[in-house]
Design a protein around this ligand. Structure first.
Ligand SMILES: NC(=O)c1ccc[n+]([C@@H]2O[C@H](COP(=O)([O-])OP(=O)(O)OC[C@H]3O[C@@H](n4cnc5c(N)ncnc54)[C@H](O)[C@@H]3O)[C@@H](O)[C@H]2O)c1
Length: 366
């Protein structure tokens, strides 16, 4: 527990925002949970004393909740702010919050993905910096940014089951403070200075979890396991994540550390895995996505795959990468999800994923 109680405001009252309130409250801090304009139903349930609808765990009673109209109040006097909205909502929520942020605060993000800004695909730290500069051109609140990653399922964090996280920041001393605020017996915090490596790995693991889910779906469809293909795809995913993180300024050991665990946990359970499984079992990607959206489930790996493809094209265009040959699995997933490669059913898919994930028989084959 950190020695001084701080005021921590979490923006986004979804699964992860509400979950992260638990270790912070356990450490004796004042914790405020602000819900976006999409979170009223979640906060209504919490106000009625019901479990949080996304985690199934009651919100810690010490946590104060704020509705979307109370943003200024929620941020007033906060010393540490966590942005915990989906990648789709990051820019909007940050633009609204920017005027209430102060340079003395720390800004952390649990959000995973990429963002399109002015026709460019950027990482979330770049998006945050741009939005803050645009919001306050003469004196942008230059607050230290912490990326929160690692193998964390919100429901398990909320239930205080053992979880390893990584908090990464380029400014010395900030991660130590972050660890002091959040680390508990159940919620462990590893410190890192590789903000980009943590962010890239976290964004891409949602994409690759879809591929691993597809392998599970192939097994459901045919009644025979595809464990070997899934394991080869797992290894391929790690290799590609290392390559992309390196190209964007992150380190290999960040990807091969807790981020590998994050890929594992995302492929074991969660919306990206479920989506992939549906495709592997025989549903076309757009059909499976519609069914999940109708059930109120966002699949962040889908926009992340499409944006990652544009990001790779950007890297090729600017000469940072010669071509796509080192990223066959990413290309396969992105082509499938974008409709560029028509969906021809599980058997064809098994062949295409084998070509992408298994080592090529000859260099010309890929
Ligand atoms: N669920 C987990 O286990 C987990 C773990 C680690 C990180 N994360 C990441 O944290 C982020 C939030 O995930 P979550 O699981 O809490 O999701 P969630 O769907 O439960 O909550 C999403 C939050 O984002 C907001 N939001 C969504 N779309 C928006 C939009 N268009 N405009 C404004 N706000 C919008 C919602 O109101 C809500 O507050 C994601 O980027 C996710 O990848 C989640």
């Amino acid at each position: 527990m950190s020695r001084l109680a701080e005021t921590i405001t979490i923006l986004g009252a979804g699964a992860m925002g509400s979950a992260l309130a638990a270790p912070a409250a356990d450490n004796g801090h004042e914790v405020r949970l602000w819900g976006t304009w999409l979170d009223d139903e979640l906060l209504d349930a919490v106000a009625q004393g019901l479990p949080h609808p996304r985690t199934g765990v009651p919100l810690d009673p010490r946590v104060k909740t704020y509705r979307s109209g109370q943003l200024a109040e929620a941020l007033d006097g906060a010393t540490y702010v966590v942005l915990s909205v989906s990648s789709d909502g990051l820019v909007d929520v940050l633009r609204k919050a920017a005027g209430h942020l102060r340079p003395s605060q720390v800004l952390a993000i649990t959000t995973k993905g990429f963002v399109r800004l002015d026709d460019r695909i950027v990482t979330l730290p770049d998006a945050v910096t741009s939005v803050l500069q645009e919001a306050a051109p003469d004196g942008s609140p230059d607050l230290p940014l912490v990326a929160i990653g690692g193998p964390c399922k919100a429901n398990e964090v909320a239930a205080r089951r053992p979880t390893a996280s990584v908090h990464a920041c380029g400014s010395p001393g900030v991660t130590e403070r972050s660890r002091g605020l959040f680390a508990t017996e159940a919620y462990a915090v590893e410190e890192s200075d590789d903000l980009i490596g943590v962010e890239i790995a976290a964004a891409l693991k949602n994409v690759y979890a879809i591929a691993l889910g597809i392998c599970q779906g192939l097994a459901e469809h045919g009644g025979e396991p595809y464990h070997d293909l899934q394991a080869a795809a797992f290894a391929r995913a790690v290799t590609e994540m290392v390559q992309l993180a390196g190209l964007l300024g992150g380190r290999a050991e960040t990807v091969t550390g807790l981020a590998v665990g994050d890929l594992e946990v995302t492929a074991l359970s969660g919306r990206n895995r479920v989506y992939g499984t549906r495709i592997g079992a025989g549903e076309a990607p757009d059909e499976a996505l519609r069914a999940m959206q109708d059930a109120g489930q966002t699949v962040e790996g889908v926009p992340a795959a499409l944006l990652a493809r544009e990001l790779v094209d950007q890297l090729i265009q600017f000469g940072a990468l010669s071509d796509w040959s080192g990223l066959p699995l990413l290309r396969q997933i992105a082509d499938l999800l974008s409709g560029q490669e028509p969906y021809a059913g599980p058997e064809e898919l098994a062949g295409a994923f084998a070509r992408a994930a298994l080592p090529a028989r000859s260099p010309a084959e890929r």
